[in-house]
Design a protein around this ligand. Structure first.
Ligand code: ADP
Length: 484
């Protein structure tokens, strides 16, 4: 039971409320003490001015009237009136510390031995406030007209009850104020804390949903301000996860579709061969060669897919070495030469010097072959294919320019997508899988480079590939980001 109680007590809500209360209480207490101290000092200064002024005036009168040697009723009357006003007592003492006059008429003829009086006699007037008894006292040394010696002392006791009452009132009001502030703080902190707790509970529920795979659940973007930026970041991340999931789903469905199509045409060919007896062996040969071609195509797709999947893996690192880019491009051109000759396409390689870069040559050859091959495949007969190689201090630039059919602006946005083909029928004819540029793009990105395309329909297409010369730390970082 106690444990349960402690558990309930030990929550953020209660802890923060208590901490706020203690803080506010001490802050208010300190303010009250400071305030009453300032007032008390003010009262004391005012009283000192008033009493010392009066004492010095009376000291003059006493010397003028030679009161210390012969008593004077008029002066004594004035003492009585002022003592009444001060709710106190006035005593006049001679230099031998004999009480000459006491408004209480109690000490006359007696000897007064009050330390304050003795001090005043020695020339040190002094005032004292006793806030417990609510009385103050002032001892003033009576000075003669000519000499500096003290002829006696005027000792005034005065009530400070009014001031003490004012101080008590200030303290009382300030206590009420403290209480009010504490209630307001508790109310406001409770409202804010409830909002905070509600917001965090809501987020907790949604996070549980998200962790169980429901990416449609979102964190509250309108909750407590501090939570908003986190909510934005998490929601953005969820959108990305959703987009990745979606693209993976699309990819899987595209893959199955792409693999099913050649299978279906093989099935049709095989079934028609089986269903009829053909006398002419040439027909069998033709059908079988069609089947053979379809198998080749299926193989190409599978190979490309395996390549893409391999490059998707984070663990896949490039096997780079310092390679001659001229040699790499010569290998690529040699590979596409037969196809180019078939279409009577002139291939021109423009390079003015040897350029070396740290690259994974086999992957780069594969990527460049895809792009250069496209320059032949999507070119017109008797067309031209220009390949340029250049560099600056940090990068290698390869341009592949064809005089082919070109790519529309809309299609240019998608040509690097997997399985995207502008003209599916034509691509099938040319043996395209729609994966060539996706692979090339992945390889170039892995190297920390980029591909840019510029094309006009009916005019031709130009690809520019930019690759860093060395796989410096910066490009390694880029590679790591791309692989992620
Ligand atoms: P494919 O295997 O079909 O060639 P790619 O990924 O290499 O696949 O290219 C995607 C599509 O982009 C092609 O189907 C083609 O429509 C278009 N394309 C690529 N390169 C060129 C080019 N040089 N000229 C015109 N179209 C091109």
């Amino acid at each position: 039971m106690i444990k349960n109680f402690l558990k309930r007590i030990y929550n953020l809500h209660v802890i923060i409320s208590l901490a706020m209360l203690i803080l506010v209480y001490f802050a208010c207490k300190m303010t009250t003490t400071g305030l009453t101290n300032v007032y008390r000092k003010g009262f004391e200064e005012k009283r000192q001015l008033q009493v010392s002024g009066y004492a010095s005036r009376m000291s003059n009168q006493l010397t003028v009237t030679d009161y210390l040697n012969s008593a004077n009723r008029t002066i004594e009357n004035e003492f009585d009136i002022v003592a009444e006003i001060y709710h106190g007592r006035i005593i006049v003492i001679s230099s031998s510390l004999n009480v000459l006059y006491d408004t209480y008429s109690r000490a006359e003829g007696k000897t007064a031995i009050n330390p304050a009086m003795i001090k005043a006699m020695q020339g040190e007037n002094n005032i004292d406030f006793d806030w417990k008894t609510e009385y103050g006292s002032y001892a003033y040394g009576i000075t003669g007209a000519s000499s500096n010696s003290r002829l006696g002392v005027i000792y005034i006791v005065f009530s400070i009850e009014d001031e003490a009452n004012t101080l008590r009132r200030i303290a009382r009001n300030s206590n009420i104020f403290t209480l009010l502030i504490m209630i307001i703080v508790i109310l406001i902190s409770n409202i804010l804390l409830s909002m905070l707790i509600r917001s965090s509970r809501k987020n907790k529920k949604n996070l549980e949903k998200i962790s169980s795979g429901n990416y449609d659940a979102k964190l509250d973007e309108n909750g407590i301000w501090e939570f908003r930026s986190t909510a934005y970041a998490v929601n953005e991340m969820l959108e990305k996860v959703k987009a990745t999931e979606e693209s993976q789903r699309e990819f899987v469905s595209d893959v199955s579709h792409e693999l099913k199509t050649p299978m279906a045409s093989m099935k049709v060919l095989a079934e028609s061969l089986l269903s009829q007896e053909y006398d002419d062996p040439a027909i069998y040969r033709e059908f079988l060669s069609d089947i053979n071609e379809t198998i080749d195509r299926e193989n190409r797709i599978i190979q490309d897919l395996l390549l893409l999947v391999k490059m998707d893996k984070k663990a896949d690192t490039l096997n780079t070495s310092l390679c001659s880019m001229n040699e790499i491009l010569e290998v690529v051109i040699k590979r596409v030469k037969p196809l180019a000759e078939e279409k009577k396409i002139t291939v021109i390689f423009e390079s003015y010097r040897e350029i070396k870069a740290e690259v994974d040559d086999s992957k780069l050859i594969m990527a460049l072959t895809n792009i250069v091959e496209n320059g032949v495949k999507y070119n017109v007969d008797n067309g031209e294919l220009r390949i340029g190689l250049n560099s600056d201090s940090g990068y290698v630039y390869i341009t592949i320019e064809d005089s082919g059919i070109g790519i529309s602006d809309e299609a240019q946005k998608h040509i690097f997508d997997r399985f995207y083909r502008v003209d599916k029928a034509r691509a099938r004819q040319t043996g395209g899988t729609g994966l060539g540029l996706a692979i090339a793009n992945d390889v170039v990105k892995l190297h920390g480079g980029e591909i840019k395309v510029f094309s006009r329909e009916g005019m031709g297409t130009s690809f520019t590939i930019r690759l860093p010369i060395s796989s410096s730390t910066e490009s390694v970082k880029i590679i790591e980001e791309v692989v992620k």
